[in-house]
Design a protein around this ligand. Structure first.
Ligand code: SF4
Ligand code: SF4
Ligand code: SF4
Length: 348
């Protein structure tokens, strides 16, 4: 039995079949995986697991998320990629004009920013917004030196936990004891899971809520923290309101990541957000998913909203769905009079 199989067997043995994970699993709600069934060795298609981690947040006995991730790694024969070996990132860096056109103006070391793979590879302009957001509360910042992948994706199950911890500890030690801010909930969970002190961007902004800039007008926004930041929903709402926006109630859930459940999940999420003029997201992957929907609702990454309140809208030029701050019509609710129905999502 290999390393991964041993770990799966060990974790499965600890399941007491309480069944608490299943009703909280967003994939299950959409006809996808049943984590309890997986934990008792049932035949289940793990490709429909979105690796949100909710099952392990609910479970008090074992770690179904790790089992799902390991099974995915085995099913897809995933191994540490050559890209990671070359770049320290889980995926290839896409050519993106913002890489040279909108370079973050790092100015000091009050805090360090860890962008994570999605920002680094797919939407580098979001790091510019993060830098602006940090500076708007009066702190200086720089990118964490040798910042790479958080090792959460399934391909890294090849690497022993002790080695993973070593790699990540070394990375975080580059902050020399200063606060490290993660831009993605998955990164936060991975680092905190290894006992490494990091702050998710939502929490950083919330910790500095009295210093946030404020819009000169009020407009209605919906929010989607994303599955990995769902536990920070309350803080995210408070940050959005402190900026001067009106938060319109909506259910929240997951984008479905790259699974076949994603189109339906995304469509439901959009409907739930219809009372706002835009969706504020806290997860860079959510950002790229929402911003790719043809004729979809405009989407803004939380640090972009902060940068916007501080007067910097430089990142909007890189959005697929236009953000039009100077157009009065832009601030109308997307679906006038829309009443969100109880949708399928994750409830916290
Ligand atoms: S994985 Fe955890 S929550 Fe799910 S059935 Fe087993 S013990 Fe219960
Ligand atoms: S990681 Fe998320 S989608 Fe996968 S089984 Fe757990 S709760 Fe369900
Ligand atoms: S992109 Fe956002 S909502 Fe989607 S899986 Fe990741 S954290 Fe969850």
């Amino acid at each position: 039995m290999g390393l991964i199989e041993e770990e799966i067997a060990r974790l499965m043995q600890k399941c007491i079949s309480c069944g608490k994970c299943t009703p909280r699993c967003p994939s299950y709600e959409y006809g996808g995986v049943d984590p309890h069934e997986v934990m008792i060795g049932g035949e289940v298609d793990v490709s429909k697991c979105i690796l949100c981690g909710t099952c392990s947040q609910v479970c008090r006995r074992t770690d179904p998320f790790t089992v799902m991730r390991d099974l995915k790694a085995l099913a897809n024969n995933l191994h540490v990629s050559d890209v990671y070996k070359e770049t320290g990132l889980a995926m290839k860096r896409a050519e993106h004009p913002s890489r040279t056109e909108l370079v973050p103006q790092w100015d000091g070391n009050d805090v360090y920013v860890m962008p994570g793979c999605v920002v680094e590879c797919k939407a580098p302009f979001l790091e510019y917004a993060a830098c602006k957001a940090v500076q708007s509360v009066g702190k200086t910042c720089s990118e964490l030196k040798d910042s790479g992948c958080c090792l959460r994706p399934p391909q890294f199950r090849d690497i022993r936990e002790t080695e993973q911890r070593e790699i990540l500890s070394k990375m975080v030690s580059n902050a020399e004891g200063r606060e490290v801010i993660t831009l993605c909930g998955g990164c936060t969970e991975a680092l905190v899971g290894f006992g490494l002190d990091t702050t998710n961007m939502i929490m950083f902004l919330h910790n500095n809520i009295d210093r946030l800039p404020r819009f000169g007008m009020t407009f209605k926004v919906a929010i989607e923290p994303g599955c990995s930041c769902m536990s920070l929903k309350k803080e995210m709402i408070e940050v959005v309101e402190a900026l001067g926006c009106e938060y319109v109630g909506n259910d929240t859930g997951c984008c479905g990541k790259d699974t076949e459940l994603a189109p339906q999940m995304m469509a439901d999420r959009e409907k739930e957000c219809g009372n706002g003029c835009l969706i504020v997201v806290a997860c860079p992957k959510c950002f790229t998913e929402y911003d790719a929907i043809p004729d979809g609702m405009p989407v803004v990454y939380l640090p972009e909203l902060v940068a916007w309140a501080a007067g910097d809208t430089g990142t909007f030029g890189y959005h697929t769905i236009p953000i039009r701050p100077d157009d009065e019509d832009f601030y109308r609710p997307r679906f006038e009079g829309h009443i969100p129905k109880k949708g399928k999502g994750m409830r916290w």
